[in-house]
Design a protein around this ligand. Structure first.
Ligand code: PMP
Length: 407
């Protein structure tokens, strides 16, 4: 079964568990707080497994360990994180800290609000349409992926939808080309917003920059938030479900311009309105307290690592190792992601046949590299901010070995 093997396909590394436990043990021994340990880059996996999952996905051990500690006792209150009232000072503090660190990483001023919305990205896609197009106007969607498709699916029953870019064909996945006329997107004059998915988790493509439009821009940043510097201030709203670079599922981080929030439909109950959540400081009803705290800790870890600019370089290196192995494989591997739009977070590839792909996935799992099955066929290596570089190196080692044996 997958996962019992060590971290190297040639079995030369120490087990990840020992290495990480030693590192943390050493941190305690010299009296470092866990907070300080947040500054060390991700190294080894836990329990010898490299988890290439697209989400929920690998988290830094330092954060997991801090969560473990807080499950028993949040802030020396004698009460665990899951057991605290959302109306007490301890949760207030966790909520405020999470908001502050997300705001710093997003680099937005007070013109933008930071809200912790209930539910994942798809739930918030439905809220988006309810708030902005149910009473008229058109929602423009740039369809580059399964997830942009989900946003369209949620919006269609609610209001008018216009697909302003179609980037999914059976041959190739791509994003709009900003060098083309009109930025390659078609936006009707009654557009209430233009929605795009910044990183297409399933297809392995991303936007180098947000699309250019004079209409309110909505970005789904679920799989790339804080993985690279991104101009949040150019957006009317960004939505990012907290299941990858933000840790726990069940909550979405929404960063939105306050005037855009105020311009939403009032023919909705408060629970469906972003603005009402914002006015209640994200405590309109019982919030997903655990997820908000984990998001705060993940954001603190991201900041301690040096922030999105430092992390972007690491991600480029990890993904570059895998993309260049695909390119150097003399056609043994290929990707349907157009080169110009290749993502540094999800690397998608396949061999000449689904049978060989299935064997690749099974054999890799036998070497401790799990969750490599693609969403749209073939393989997908998801390597978010906390994913250790060593995992990419071992995957590449395995890819070369597999190609040599099967080519
Ligand atoms: N958008 C993107 C970019 C995603 O990667 C995902 C999930 N993988 C979603 C949306 C859907 O998120 P949820 O399951 O939280 O609705």
């Amino acid at each position: 079964m997958a996962g019992t093997a060590g971290p190297s396909i040639h079995d030369s590394s120490p087990t990840g568990r020992d290495a990480e436990d030693d590192r943390l043990g050493a941190a305690y021994a010299v009296g470092m707080s866990i907070q300080n340990a947040f500054t060390t880059p991700p190294t080894e996996p836990r329990l010898g497994i490299y988890n290439f999952s697209a989400g929920p996905s690998h988290m830094p051990l330092e954060v997991v360990d801090k969560v473990r500690e807080e499950l028993l006792d949040l802030g020396s209150s004698g009460i665990g994180l899951l057991e605290h009232s959302h109306r007490g000072p301890e949760y207030d503090q966790a909520n405020e800290e999470a908001e502050a660190v997300v705001r710093r990483l997003a680099g937005v001023n007070d013109d933008h609000a930071v809200i912790f919305m209930p539910g994942g990205a798809t739930v918030n896609f439905a809220f988006l349409a309810l708030n902005y197009i149910q009473e008229g106007g058109t929602g423009v969607y740039l369809d580059t992926s399964v997830w942009a498709g989900k946003a369209i699916e949620e919006a269609r029953p609610i209001g008018d939808v216009h697909v302003g870019f179609d980037g999914r064909s059976s041959e190739m996945f791509t994003c709009p080309d900003p060098a083309r006329e009109g930025g390659d997107i078609d936006v009707p004059s009654d557009a209430r917003y233009v929605f795009y998915c910044a990183n297409n988790t399933g297809e392995g493509t991303w936007y180098e920059q947000p699309p250019i439009t004079d209409r309110p821009l909505i970005g789904d940043l679920t799989s790339d938030i804080f993985s690279r510097p991104w101009p949040f201030e150019r957006h009317a709203m960004t939505i990012a479900a907290g299941q990858k670079n933000l840790g726990a599922a069940g909550c979405s981080v929404v960063v939105a311009r306050r005037d855009f929030l105020a311009d939403a439909s009032h023919r909705l109950g408060p629970i469906l309105r972003f603005e009402d959540h914002e006015k209640a400081d994200s405590i309109l009803n019982t919030p997903p307290t655990f997820a908000v705290r984990v998001i705060g800790l993940m954001a603190e870890w991201t900041e301690a690592q040096g922030g999105p600019a430092v992390i972007a370089e690491r991600n480029a290196e990890k993904a570059g190792l895998v993309w260049s192995t695909i390119d150097g494989s003399e056609g043994f591997y290929h990707s349907r992601a157009e080169r110009r739009s290749r993502s540094n977070l999800n690397v998608t590839f396949q061999t000449a046949s689904p049978e060989t792909d299935a064997r690749f996935i099974e054999e890799a799992a036998g070497h401790g590299m799990v969750n490599l099955k693609g969403l749209v066929g073939g393989m997908r290596a998801s390597m978010y901010n906390a994913f250790p570089r060593r995992g990419a190196e071992i995957l590449v080692e395995f890819m070369k070995d597999f190609a040599a044996r099967n080519g």
